[in-house]
Design a protein around this ligand. Structure first.
Ligand SMILES: *Cc1c(COP(=O)(O)O)cnc(C)c1O
Length: 396
């Protein structure tokens, strides 16, 4: 079994798990209990994790809010700004290729009187800065652009977007769930005021994440989305997931040490796979930007091949994602690839390979060979492929 679906989730690093374990039984305290050592021990552990996050982001500890994951952090950021700044306006700008957690939150706000501009992207998945600037209005309260895309790995020009938002006096939120722990992410240095992240995309546990909220210049305020207790500075009530937060802190500390050297290895594997497939197969194309892209992600179109059928030829030995089912709860073709102009056919012929820390060098060729075998097999049985090869226009 070869796991190349690290953008869906990563395995919890054993070093992370080991750090978490004492906080289930031996150290069961509630971080909000101020009157006994059980609580103090939990508070100390949460404080350390907050410090670890703040250090990676070059932020202050009070700027890190813990949540149940990126989806909750995204909801808190977008709905929290929309409600808090309603006197300024009700216009939000986002991008067609955002994660569903962002898009569906925006759709929910449209039902509540919000107006949302969905920026388009070019063939390589990049937004246009001119289009963004032109879309900002006097009543724009938030610009939401993801740091790196989960399906293609495409990295948006965050610094340039931050400069525009600063000039226009608009808050800037970035879903950095795929970027944190993979590339250096310094929100304060590039004008990002709110930023969501999640532990399970960076070798931490599932069900824990966070939101960076800029504290000064500007001081970002949010309407809380959960009432009760006033935990997390009033931003997010609810007893903290102490083991999860401890694990996320450890995962982030490991990333701080390891992500730069690790990305060299990941990119080498990624490029080795990509080069082999592009060399040995016809009609394979990259979905995404060739350089402004995460090192471990490759999203490829295999024209005239159904991605689901191709995956079936792997006999369950290789875990990847198809462009037809990137959010597995939703079987429609990827909205990201559609927005990039790849068409329904292109999306349904696309596969995302996402490498991670626990892959091994010998897996790269095994995957390449399985893909080449599968594509050749499917095409050999395809009348459309045959017609294409004979020069007949089949649209493809
Ligand atoms: C995984 C992911 C999310 C959702 O994160 P959860 O912690 O699973 O809620 C949001 N945005 C992006 C870009 C993601 O990759």
């Amino acid at each position: 079994m070869i796991y190349l679906d690290n953008n869906a989730t990563t395995a919890t690093d054993p070093r992370v798990l080991e750090t978490m374990l004492p906080y289930f039984y031996e150290k069961p305290g509630n971080a909000a209990s101020r009157s006994h050592p059980y609580g103090w021990v939990a508070t100390e552990a949460v404080d350390l994790a907050r410090e670890q996050c703040a250090q990676l982001f070059a932020a202050e500890t009070r700027e890190v809010i813990f949540t149940s994951g990126a989806t909750e952090a995204i909801n808190l950021a977008i709905k929290g700004v929309f409600e808090m700044y309603h006197r300024k306006g009700k216009h939000i700008i986002t991008v067609a290729t955002e994660h569903k957690a962002v898009l569906d939150t925006c759709h929910a706000l449209e039902k509540r009187g919000g107006e949302v501009t969905y920026l388009s992207v070019d063939e390589q998945g990049m937004i246009s800065l001119e289009e963004l600037e032109a879309a900002i209005r006097a009543d724009t309260v938030l610009v939401a652009v993801m740091w790196a895309n989960n399906e293609t790995g495409v990295i948006q020009p965050i610094k340039e977007i931050g400069t525009i938002c600063d000039r226009k006096g608009v808050l800037f939120f970035s879903d950095a769930t795929q970027a944190v722990g993979k590339i250096p992410v310094l929100p304060k240095a590039v004008g990002v005021h709110l930023m969501a992240f999640s532990a399970h995309k960076l070798y931490g546990p599932k069900g824990v994440g966070g939101l960076f909220v800029n504290h000064r210049a500007p001081r970002v305020r949010l309407t809380a989305q959960l009432d009760g207790g006033g935990h997390e500075g009033g931003f997010r009530s609810g007893t903290l997931n102490v083991p999860g937060i401890v694990g996320m802190g450890k995962a982030i500390a490991l990333a701080a040490e390891e992500m730069v050297p690790a990305s060299v290895q990941l990119q080498q594997w990624r490029d080795q796979l990509e080069n082999r497939l592009l060399q040995d197969l016809e009609e394979v194309q990259l979905n995404g930007h060739p350089t402004s892209r995460l090192a471990h992600v490759s999203n490829l179109i295999f024209r005239f091949v159904d991605a689901e059928a191709l995956m079936a030829t792997f006999n369950r030995d290789i875990a990847v994602s198809a462009g037809s089912a990137c959010t597995s709860a939703d079987p429609s073709p990827s909205h990201v690839l559609i927005a990039m102009g790849k068409g329904k056919g292109g999306a349904e012929s696309s596969i995302r390979f996402s490498f991670g820390r626990f892959n091994q060098s010998n897996e790269v060729d095994q995957v390449a060979e399985a893909v080449i075998r599968g594509v050749n097999h499917l095409r050999s049985q395809s009348p459309v492929w045959e017609m294409f090869k004979e020069g007949i226009d089949v649209g493809g």
